[in-house]
Design a protein around this ligand. Structure first.
Ligand code: PLP
Length: 410
């Protein structure tokens, strides 16, 4: 264990140099640095192979071949068929396509069968807004979670049964594989079993955007209909996502137009982004087991150090229930916003809630759903580690965070 941590010191990029300042980067769940190999494979498509892959000349064919090869690589990591992989513009788009596309497909099926009743989307209360807001937008049902932030199976069953009793039908049930804020892991396989039993026609979607670094995705892909990924969470570029759509097209497309991606997602392909996504995902898959051990050691050192040096602090989720890169704590007597300000001043990058909502002074929707005591929840601190993290990141955080908390409490 110890040597795994020590060897990480040799890895480049744990602390990033930003405008000449060395920053301690502990915000990998927001975005993790691109893997150098992913940058290398992307470069030729930025300054060389720039042709539109939908064209007919040989430069276009070369770009198209790169996409095909990338699709094969992604399918290999996910344990699905290449034609089940849809390249999208980001994780948010993949989630939107899954939920909106399922609701629209449900409405179309009902119409064509001459039936009545509404297609209903169901999700957990701790989903990322890319799912939660879309489910609410379509008038869906949001179900509660346990103290670790995992959907309550009884609540899911109840939501399905109430929907059916009202004469509506469940179009999609969505539960994230790993929570972006507190890192908790949901047993998607168990949930899928329940949904298949109670609502065999419902689609099952999982937002696996935060899962790729920590979980083998193959057993999850096997039990769901739809799975969303985002490349910048596993060392690929921003603006590149994946939606896995199992079996046959099951949802309506979100973006229509030129018919790319077999009509599933129109729009000129981001060739370099797709090639780099495949490279980063393949490397993440190869290195996952070793990274998990190394990063869990770093995370444990970080959290143990914080608990030892800061009074009145709670670990938001127990370690066996969450991923190795998550070090979420709640600190009484401070406000996240003020703490993040002091950390930023000391060149330590962290966040409070999800990146989209950091700085919020109220309990985040995730901590509220988990019923975390507001006295602690307003002092939430999300430190997240990733493939480029090093022991010096942990040392620096343990220098800076306790001092910042002490200053705020004075
Ligand atoms: N889902 C989860 C769980 C996330 O953490 C994020 C990003 O923070 C997204 C979806 C959205 O992904 P993207 O940034 O690619 O739109």
């Amino acid at each position: 264990m110890r040597s795994a941590v020590a060897s990480a010191a040799d890895r480049p990029g744990g602390s990033a140099v930003e405008s000449g300042v060395t920053v301690t980067y502990l915000d990998h769940a927001a975005s993790t640095p691109m893997r150098p190999e992913a940058i290398d494979v992307m470069r030729p498509y930025l300054d060389g192979v720039y042709a539109n892959p939908s064209g007919s000349h040989r430069f276009a064919r070369r770009a198209r071949q790169a996409i095909d090869e990338s699709r094969d690589r992604v399918a290999d990591v996910l344990g699905c068929r290449p034609n089940e992989v849809v390249f999208t513009g980001c994780g948010t788009e993949s989630d939107n396509m899954a939920i909106t596309g399922a609701v629209e497909a449900g409405a179309r099926l009902t119409r064509s069968a001459g039936g009545s009743g509404r297609p209903v989307a169901i999700c957990s209360a701790v989903e990322h807004p890319a799912v939660l807001d879309v489910v609410v937008h379509h008038g869906g049902v949001v179900v509660g979670v346990d103290r670790a932030g995992r959907p309550l199976l009884d609540a899911v069953a109840d939501a399905i049964e109430r929907t059916q009793a009202a004469g509506d039908h469940v179009a999609v049930v969505s539960a994230m594989a790993v929570n972006n804020e507190v890192g908790s892991v949901t047993d998607v396989i168990e949930l899928a079993r329940l949904v298949r039993r109670l609502a065999p026609d419902a689609l099952i979607h999982t937002d696996a955007v935060q899962a790729a670094c920590w979980l083998d995705l193959r057993p999850i892909v096997e039990v769901v209909d739809l799975l969303a990924l985002s490349a910048h969470k596993f060392g690929g570029p921003k603006g590149a996502g994946v939606l896995v759509e199992r079996g046959r097209p099951v949802v309506e497309p979100l973006i229509r137009g030129g018919g790319q991606e077999r009509g599933r997602r129109s729009g000129t392909h981001n060739v370099g982004g797709i090639v780099a996504t495949a490279e980063a995902l393949a490397l993440t898959d190869d290195e996952r087991d070793a990274d998990r051990v190394r990063i869990a050691d770093l995370r444990d050192a970080l959290v143990d150090g914080l608990v030892d040096s800061v009074s009145d602090v709670i670990e938001t989720v127990d370690r066996p229930d969450k991923v190795a890169g998550s070090a979420h704590v709640c600190i009484a007597g401070v406000e996240s916003e003020a703490l993040l300000y002091l950390l930023d001043e000391a060149d330590v990058c962290a966040s409070a809630a999800s990146a989209c909502a950091s700085g919020a002074m109220e309990r985040s929707h995730v901590l509220a759903a988990m019923d975390v005591d507001p006295r602690y929840a307003v002092g939430a601190l999300r430190l997240t580690l990733g493939h480029a993290s090093t022991p010096s990141d942990v040392d620096r955080a343990l220098d800076v965070v306790p001092a910042a908390v002490a200053r705020l409490r004075r």
